[in-house]
Ligand binder design. Sequence first.
Ligand code: IPE
Ligand code: IPE
Ligand code: MG
Length: 232
Amino acid sequence: MSENITSQQPLKHIAFIMDGNGRWAKKRGLPRDHGHRFGVTAFETVLKHCEKLGIQTVTVYAFSTENWKRPPKEVETIMKLMDHYLAECEKKIDEYNMHICFLGDKSPFEEKRRARMERLEKLTANKPRVLNIALNYGGRDEIVRACNALIASGARNVTEADFAAALDTKGRDDPDLIVRTGGDLRISNFLLWQCAYAEFYFTDVLWPDFGPAEIDAAVEAFYKRKRRFGGV
Ligand code: IPE
Ligand code: IPE
Ligand code: MG
């Protein structure tokens, strides 16, 4: 039995809490917006490197339900960067090889953005790899929405499987590894249900500086862990 309880199962799903953009900019005497712009470049580099490593699913925390507390101008910059990235994906859809899935409540978004998000989810549905983008995502919000969906469906008694199927991540594997950049040791409302048996990796590296060498270090650390899932 114990030989099955090992970290040597392949790492199929990495999730990133992409933190530290603002501090990266501040260190350089730049406005926070610049940090977010360079953050997008880091995100693209990370996606390429994860593909090279054969990682099937990448999840990124792009904007939390709490991030609306930020100044409107910063929120607008983040949304514009997201719109730009998604527009580019749509343009290059034939070369794009990931199934984009959004985690989070789409309802507050303006119609144009929401329509593009839904279109991309459909257009990329047959792509071989998965990219989950958590946008207006909060783990608590996701759990409450799932509860309300189950109540609305008339459910009176649910199993863990029923509950998982009501989450934004329905049908998808839980993350094997959650990486947080930026030095803070917290989860900040990310994947609260799905992180039950994830391995955590924290680094002080700020997100715009995060790249292939840092991913390799996180993956190496992952393979040194012993995952017991409650066993011995
Ligand atoms: C992460 O970087 C990006 C988002 C939360 C959208 P931050 O903007 O939180 O950067 P810091 O943590 O302030 O440095
Ligand atoms: C977490 O970072 C959210 C994202 C990376 C999108 P925050 O910067 O919002 O987290 P806190 O406020 O430091 O916990
Ligand atoms: Mg932050």
